[in-house]
Design a protein around this ligand. Structure first.
Ligand SMILES: [Zn+2]
Length: 348
């Protein structure tokens, strides 16, 4: 008769690639995208409001403006919590967008700069991407962003170009004009550029293509700072395969990193009325790797108005990432995405 005993070992009794991966990368993981100012600010009232009427991304932007101002009061405590939690998961560096705008001035930036200095002493790197809350065609916003960029601790300009388009218009020239303005300021102050592009899951959204074009032009002019294309998920909905490979080649040649935030992009609605190839709501990251694009990973929204269900566990993101592509390839390749590719993307 077989003896039965309680086995308390924590080793999985089967092959677990994610456990192998954890052993390889723990302590050296780079989280390339987040929003520290509003991370861990979700409330039941917000949740109930969204439950009654789901909001379009455009509407959420208005709501997040209200949250942002109130969030300042708890930012120090939440930021320390966010970083402590990341360290416990083996993350050593985090790039966060930090909102600056007429509504909150540089208050959040000042807190993040202090945190950056403090945590640097304990070996944790906080990369700051200043995030204008209004369009740069607004002269007050332009002036404030320039003031923020004078701070040595600011690493990049973080940007959401699609915020400027008219509702229902996927290709609005205002988006590209804003992208150009952001690059001009970044080049003037010697900062990197990180843009959240192609996040509507729409085949006509081509922001990654435009970003790659601008990047190529700036590289030709001698601009050497990091350029990141974050999200890029509409690229998976594009009908033209040649345009996908052309864009990825241009990204590789111009050293534009692709930042994939797996769970955050799953949050997109399926646009039933628009025809597109079968695709997941995530960037075509395996194609990007094949094209020699530097692909890295970010967690993005954590327990905020956008994603109250997201607990910020990077291993759940990794799980979604690999499953989205039915990945059975080299574990080292995923380890690289989480570590050295992230470092390269952030210029570390
Ligand atoms: Zn984001």
């Amino acid at each position: 008769m077989m003896e039965v005993c309680l086995d308390l070992s924590h080793e999985a009794p089967c092959y677990s690639p994610i456990d192998e991966l954890k052993k390889l990368v723990f302590g050296g993981i780079v989280d390339c995208h987040g929003h520290a100012v509003t991370e861990n600010t979700s409330t039941q009232a917000q949740y109930d409001k969204r439950g009654k009427k789901d909001l379009e991304l455009d509407d959420i932007w208005v709501e997040i403006g209200k949250v942002r101002k109130e969030a300042l009061a708890t930012l120090v405590r939440r930021l320390n919590y966010s970083i402590t939690r990341r360290r416990a998961m083996g993350i050593c560096a985090w790039q966060t967008y930090v909102d600056v705008g007429p509504d909150i001035d540089l208050d959040a930036l000042n807190v993040c700069i202090e945190a950056k200095r403090l945590w640097r002493r304990y070996g944790f790197i906080l990369k700051i991407a200043v995030y204008p809350t209004l369009a740069l065609k607004n002269t007050a916003m332009d002036a404030l962003l320039r003031e923020a960029c004078r701070r040595q601790e600011v690493d990049s300009i973080g940007f959401l170009p699609s915020r400027e388009r008219q509702r229902g218009v996927v290709k609005d020239p205002a988006v590209f004009a804003e992208m150009e303005r952001a690059f001009e300021i970044a080049a003037e102050f010697g900062k990197g550029v990180d843009m959240q592009v192609d996040q509507k899951n729409h085949p006509e959204e081509k922001e990654t293509f435009y970003l790659a074009n601008i990047a190529a032009r700036y590289r030709d002019m001698g601009y050497k700072k990091p350029i990141c294309a974050t999200h890029c998920l509409s690229m998976s909905a594009w009908n033209d395969d040649q345009l996908i490979s052309y864009t990825l080649t241009m990204m590789a040649e111009s050293n534009v990193s692709m930042i994939v935030c797996p769970r955050a992009t799953l949050d997109n609605l399926q646009i039933r009325e628009v025809l597109a190839p079968t695709h997941n709501s995530i960037a075509p990251w395996t194609l990007a790797l094949k094209a020699k694009v530097n692909v890295a990973v970010g967690i993005d929204n954590v327990r905020d108005l956008y994603m109250p269900w997201c607990d910020g566990d990077i291993w759940k993101d990794v799980s979604v990432l690999v499953h989205s592509a039915r990945y059975h390839g080299s574990i080292e390749k995923i380890a690289d995405m989480l570590t050295i590719n992230g470092k390269k993307a952030l210029g570390l």
